[in-house]
Every structure is written in structure tokens, then in C-alpha cells.
Design a protein around this ligand. Structure first.
Ligand code: UDP
Ligand code: MG
Length: 312
């Protein structure tokens, strides 16, 4: 097998036919030695039925249907684990990742680049959204030990070598953008013009974006923990100085009415510092809790892969 394409799909019945035909046409131009792996991430629309149909009439199509929605990260992981191509391309199923780039990606991959990454520009994005996204990337880039770049997502082609490296990381809380960057290897970035999705709607809500954002910061470092220590130390220092200041006052002027404002301020300030710190620690503890359970990343309900096929 030369190329595997991995496409996570969650409630994509409006766009799948389009994606399938564009992608198949592109693949056929490159080679006949390809597979399209659609991972149905617990959709509750017609996605599964459509995939079944594709698979019936086209031997290149594989599909994996989860028992429920496990999230895009798990869907990608499943597709990658089942793939058998020498090169694997990961892409969204809403045609936001243009299939016509695959030929170019393959050319670079064959030159020995282990990760060929497609970077989008921000054409057509909402101004405010892209401002927040860009600031977020800058922040994460600062905070964490891995490098993240604006406009770089999951759309990329991996060599078998890079893929095997990626699959050695079996953590439960997966943050692919970080994992891709963590494995390293030779990278090549190509650029493309941003596209809006061909049909259907985005699965990201504000809440899921925030959750994803927190994942990104916490998965790759323990700097937030260090930050708690730093804030704590700073607060202690300030309060010590304040104590000395009060003592000096008492010695020279005697005891007068202690300030109501400062007392309340202190209580509030330290209350805040402690809550933030406990929250951050709680996030890490929660993650440890999920990791030690060693639960599977996903459960397969239905697939046209035979058992032996998995993990070639
Ligand atoms: N997706 C998924 N599981 C989810 C959410 C999304 O497999 O729980 C897939 C979705 O079908 C699409 C890709 O992830 O192929 C990107 O999702 P979407 O287009 O909604 O995100 P956006 O492009 O708006 O960032
Ligand atoms: Mg999309």
C-alpha cells in the first residue's frame, strides 16, 4: 500500500459524497495503490450508512465506526493505527483540507521529508476568532516545550517512520498538534489558501475550544505548576513586607485601628491565589487519574477491516 488517507467524520453526511469523489479523483491520478480510511466518530446522522455504501462499491474504502463519540483525536488515532500505507495523510472530511495538495505532499515525502505539513492562511476567517487563535498559539508556544505555529493543524502527510514514532505515544489525553511537533523528524511546510467547509457545520463550540486550549497548555509541560509556586512565593514575600511595615508602625506609633480594607484585600488575594493553584494541580491530578485507568481510546462498533488488518 502506498498511501492511506485518514478522515475522521462526525455527523458529516451532508459533505461525505463530495469529499469522497474529490478525494478519489485525486488519488486515482497519483496511484491505484491507496486506501481511504473513514473513521465515523459515533455520528448520529446518516454518516455510517453512507460509509457502508462507499465500502460496498469501492474496494479502496475502509471504515471504522465507533460505539459513541470519542472525539477527533481518538478518531485520528484509530485511523492511523489501522492504516497500512507507506505514507499516511490525515485530513478533515469537510473538504477544508484540499485533496489536490496530496500529490505535492507525496512528492516531498518521497524526497525524504517525514512530515509534510500543510499550513493554511487565514482567508475568510472571522477577525476576532483569528486574533484569539493567533494569541493562543503564541501563548502556548511560550508556555510549552513544543513548538506550535498558527495555521498548522492536523492536515499533513507522515512517513511510516514518523507514524510509528507517533504511535509509540499511547497517552490518554492526546493533543496531536503537540505530539506531531514532539516527534520531530524532517519537516517540510507547504502553504495553501484557507477554505470554508463544503457543507454541514463546524463541530466546535466555544466550550470545546476552551477545553482543547487547556489541553494544549497542560499536555506538554509542568510550567503551570511552577507558575503556582512562583505566584505563591511572590504572595508570601509581599505579605512579609506588609507584616514588617505593620510591626514598625506598632513600635513607633502604638496600636491603632487596624485597616479593614487591607484585611479583606489580603483574604481575597490569597483566596484567589490558592484557588487558581488548586485548580491547576487538580487538572494535572485529573489527567493522571485518566492515564492510570488505561482505558482504550475508542471502542469500535462496526468496521470492514478484518481483525488481522489492524496495525500493519
Ligand atoms: N470531528 C470528529 N469528531 C468530533 C468532532 C469533529 O471526528 O468529535 C471531525 C469532523 O468530522 C471533521 C474534523 O473533525 O472532519 C474537523 O471538524 P470541524 O470541521 O467541525 O472543525 P473546524 O474545521 O471547524 O475546526
Ligand atoms: Mg472543518
Amino acid at each position: 500500500m502506498l498511501i492511506s488517507a485518514v478522515l475522521p467524520c462526525y455527523n458529516e453526511d451532508k459533505v461525505l459524497a463530495m469529499t469522497y469523489s474529490e478525494l478519489s479523483a485525486e488519488m486515482k491520478e497519483i496511484t491505484d495503490d491507496y486506501e481511504l480510511i473513514f473513521v465515523d466518530d459515533g455520528s448520529h446522522d446518516g454518516t455510517r450508512a453512507i460509509l457502508r455504501q462507499f465500502a460496498e462499491k469501492d474496494g479502496h474504502v475502509r471504515y471504522i465506526s465507533f460505539s459513541r463519540n470519542f472525539g477527533k483525536e481518538s478518531a485520528m488515532l484509530a485511523g492511523l493505527q489501522y492504516s497500512s500505507g507507506e505514507y499516511v495523510v490525515i485530513m478533515d472530511s469537510d473538504l477544508q483540507h484540499p485533496p489536490e495538495l496530496i500529490g505535492q505532499m507525496l512528492a516531498y515525502a518521497r524526497q525524504g521529508y517525514d512530515q509534510v505539513i500543510a499550513q493554511r492562511d487565514r482567508t475568510g476567517d472571522k477577525k476576532l476568532g483569528s486574533f484569539f487563535a493567533r494569541s493562543y498559539y503564541r501563548l502556548v508556544d511560550r508556555l510549552t516545550d513544543v513548538k506550535l505555529t498558527d495555521g498548522i493543524g492536523d492536515f499533513r502527510m507522515l512517513s511510516r517512520k514518523a507514524l510509528n514514532a507517533l504511535l509509540t505515544m499511547n497517552e490518554y489525553n492526546r493533543f496531536s498538534k503537540g505530539l506531531f511537533s514532539w516527534i520531530g523528524f524532517r519537516e517540510k511546510i507547504i502553504h495553501y489558501k484557507n477554505r470554508s467547509r463544503a457543507a454541514g457545520e463546524s463541530k466546535w463550540s466555544f466550550r470545546s475550544l476552551v477545553r482543547y486550549g487547556v489541553d494544549g497548555v497542560l499536555s506538554f509541560n509542568n510550567k503551570p505548576l511552577r507558575f503556582c509556586i512562583f505566584i505563591g512565593a511572590f504572595a508570601i514575600l509581599i505579605s512579609l513586607m506588609y507584616l514588617i511595615f505593620l510591626l514598625v508602625g506598632i513600635i513607633f506609633k502604638g496600636i491603632d485601628m487596624p485597616g479593614y480594607f487591607t484585611t479583606i484585600f489580603t483574604i481575597c488575594f490569597f483566596g484567589g491565589v490558592q484557588l487558581i493553584s488548586i485548580g491547576i494541580i487538580g487538572e494535572y491530578v485529573g489527567r493522571i487519574y485518566y492515564e492510570v485507568k488505561r482505558r482504550p481510546h475508542y471502542l469500535v462498533d462496526e468496521t470492514n477491516f478484518s481483525k488481522e488488518n489492524k496495525g500493519q
